[in-house]
Design a protein around this ligand. Structure first.
Ligand code: LLP
Length: 416
């Protein structure tokens, strides 16, 4: 559930603010986030596993705006990061490094060093060479690195191939068959402390079963490790819980947790970590875009809008479907439109075959745009990246200013 609803005046609001007012004040395209929605989604995870020791580590990659991170940090959230950039953002937003887990297959020595100095909770290690590098860097600093091994449980998450990560032929994690050996190696390394086990099997999952299959495979390994004297203190199941973009019916965090906690009855001390990104942020954001022109051809009707694939790439990259609704619905006959941006690529579309009643100047909301929206934006076609605002009840905070044209080339030089 989110706080973007049509109110009695027939207009779409974010919490207690009419979106049309925001479009008028800040211009379009514009990302708008709802604080109450972010908090609601975070609490849904936190409360679902209240009976087990746990930490919710929001996946920063989904939406790394400082305003978003700060809202979550104030709730006591942990963070899942994949780069030093994300780590520094968490700090800048007031997050606690002791609640940070560091994922990703390509951590550099510099990134490891910074994370060790800050004392993060855990490195989610994805390979043996990474383990050796981390041991070396920690040794140079006279520190011990807390680690978890990312196990590839080889389960099919039934999701888009680009965002499926737990299969044998993905680049992620350590194969289940190799896991015992790698844990034993880690256990022997002088500057490594084995604390956890993790996995992340994919994103936008709409069923509980793949998560449960993965958990069972991991728990069997936890038992196996115990028998050789290696104690796993936390189990990190990654992110991946899907959201409703269209008619998907993903499990609620509570459904997921109930199924999970039943499997964890024999492990009351095991701390559970989740790394949700999309499930917290996606439906906490919309992208507002204005209709510039309507173009009717013999074969198709196009609504040319001011947002493009550089602002929101999910439709182009994954053929993702996101709902597109008018801020102020018009009375009249709807027509079937492709909503396309101004970029010079045929793939530049926000939505296809949408039945809408439109006129130039109308402002539309692309829903479910709070995750993997702005963070994947680029400056392609020399388009400044758009502004972001956070609504909090009746209040509105600008959480990122619109880029200026000069900023487009601020780090460039002409040849001398
Ligand atoms: N943890 C790890 C290790 C991950 O790789 C990811 C996402 C997450 C957590 C968060 O997953 P979530 O809860 O958001 O599903 N750009 C794509 C999604 C890529 C997800 C990559 N990894 C999209 O727009 O659909």
């Amino acid at each position: 559930m989110d706080y973007f609803n049509y109110q009695q005046d027939g207009q779409l609001w974010a919490e207690e603010v009419a979106l049309a007012e925001l479009a008028a004040q800040y211009g379009t395209p514009l990302y708008v986030y709802s604080r109450a929605t972010l908090e609601r989604h975070w609490h849904a995870f936190d409360q679902a596993v209240a009976t087990q020791p746990h930490l919710i580590c929001y996946a920063v990659k989904a939406n790394s705006n400082l305003g978003v991170l700060n809202v979550l940090a104030r709730l006591g959230s942990g963070f899942d990061i994949v780069s030093q950039g994300e780590l520094e953002r968490v700090l800048a937003a007031g997050g606690d490094p002791a609640k940070v887990v560091f994922s990703g297959v390509g951590k550099t020595a510099v990134e490891m060093q910074r994370a060790l100095e800050l004392g993060i909770k855990c490195f989610n290690v994805e390979s043996e060479p990474e383990l050796e590098r981390l041991n070396h860097v920690a040794g140079q600093l006279g520190k011990i690195a807390p680690i978890s091994l990312r196990i590839n449980p080889d389960v099919d998450a039934n999701t888009h191939p680009y965002i499926s990560t737990g299969l044998r032929d993905n680049k992620f994690g350590i194969a289940r068959e190799r896991a015992l050996d790698v844990y034993q190696l880690a256990h022997q390394l002088p500057h490594i402390n084995v604390v956890g086990m993790d996995c992340h099997i994919g994103s936008q999952l709409t069923e509980v079963q793949p998560f449960i299959d993965a958990t069972e495979r991991l728990l069997a390994l936890v038992d196996e490790l115990k028998s050789v004297g290696i104690e796993i203190k936390h189990l990190d199941l990654g992110g991946g819980l899907g959201v409703t973009y269209n008619d998907e019916q993903p499990p609620l965090p509570a459904d997921y947790a109930t199924a999970l906690l039943a499997r964890l009855a024999a492990y009351p001390q095991l701390e559970l970590i989740f790394e949700p990104g999309r499930a917290i942020a996606a439906n906490a954001g919309v992208l507002l875009t204005k209709v510039e022109f309507l173009k009717h051809t013999e074969y198709k009707n196009f609504a040319i809008v001011d947002a493009a694939m550089n602002d929101l790439i999910r439709p182009t990259l994954y053929s993702a479907w996101q709902d597109i609704v008018p801020l102020i619905p018009r009375k009249g006959e709807s027509q079937c439109y492709d909503l396309v941006g101004p970029i010079c690529e045929t793939g530049d579309f926000i939505g296809k075959d949408r039945h809408l009643c439109l006129a130039p100047g109308d402002v539309l909301a692309v829903r479910s745009a709070g995750a993997y929206g702005f963070v994947m934006a680029s400056n392609y076609n020399s388009r400044p990246r758009v502004a972001e605002v956070m609504v909090d009840g009746q209040q509105v905070h600008l959480v990122r200013a619109r880029e200026t044209l000069e900023q487009l080339w601020q780090h460039e030089y002409v040849v001398k």
